[in-house]
Design a protein. Structure first.
Length: 264
């Protein structure tokens, strides 16, 4: 039984879930003040969210940050920081982490500012914290969807936090992964299909799956249907058998996947 903390630029989400007692699910959202550093927002949430008062158990941190994929066969732990620094421009002191994603034969590298990690460790204790990229449980869930596609390729979009992650899978291989800021529905269609065009993929036959909060997901599905033949909205309540985690308003899709992926 763990406390889950999801960190993004717009909000902090806190969830406590006991798999042995399905009805025992607590969820809180703390909206981030953009005028204050994340460390200040974390300390403020620790004082205001009842769930965090005197918590002394295990903490799972889901970091809503960019990732860079490395083929599993090519990955060496000692090279993680070098790989990451090659792909992302340094912005102050940070810690580089990695997630192994065996379902798609990939390792995801990601990082958090050193100050953020230290604040979490001061509040909750260093020994009890484990860091995961928010995209990792999402991709583990995506890996099991649409495997019966005729050409083996599937396109997945995750719309969230004014961002869209786009992944192309073929069987159990990650073919392409990218993320971009979204300002309009046409942006999603333009960037997605421009990206996919480099793979010589028949968009009329390749299934496209879209995940995210309904207010963002459903308009994207409608927009993509103008250009693609097989576009599907991912319905987490159906995928997770209407579990309380998947039907509680405001729970981000990546947090659902982290909590319930094994039930899918």
């Amino acid at each position: 039984m763990s406390l889950y903390i999801r960190i993004s630029e717009s909000e902090l989400n806190f969830a406590h879930y006991d798999p042995a007692a399905d009805a025992d699910f607590q969820f809180f959202t703390h909206h981030v003040s953009p005028q204050s550093p994340l460390t200040v927002n974390l300390r403020g949430a620790a004082q205001q969210v009842p769930l965090l008062q005197d918590y002394a158990g295990r903490v799972e941190v889901l970091a809503g940050v960019p990732v860079t994929p490395v083929p599993l066969a090519d990955f060496q732990e000692e090279d993680a920081a070098t790989f990451y620094d090659f792909c992302f421009e340094p912005e102050g002191s940070r810690r580089v982490f990695y997630d192994t994603v065996p379902a798609i034969n990939t390792v995801f590298l990601f990082a958090l500012p050193e100050n953020t990690c230290r604040t979490l460790e001061e509040v909750f204790g260093a020994a009890s914290i484990h860091y995961t990229a928010a995209l990792t449980p999402v991709m583990l869930t995506f890996a099991g969807k649409g495997l019966s596609a005729a050409n083996g390729k599937r396109i997945f979009l995750y719309v969230h936090d004014e961002m869209t992650d786009v992944a192309v899978l073929e069987g159990n291989r990650l073919i392409m992964l990218n993320a971009f800021a979204v300002r309009a529905l046409t942006d999603v269609a333009y960037y997605t299909f421009n990206m996919v065009s480099h793979l010589a993929t028949d968009i009329s036959q390749t299934p496209v799956f879209v995940a995210g909060p309904a207010a963002l997901r459903d308009p994207v599905v409608t927009e993509l249907q103008h250009y693609a033949g097989k576009v599907y909205a991912i319905q987490p309540a159906a995928d997770f058998n209407r579990h309380v985690v998947s039907t509680t308003p405001g729970v981000p899709y990546d947090l659902m996947c982290a909590l319930l992926r094994r039930r899918a």
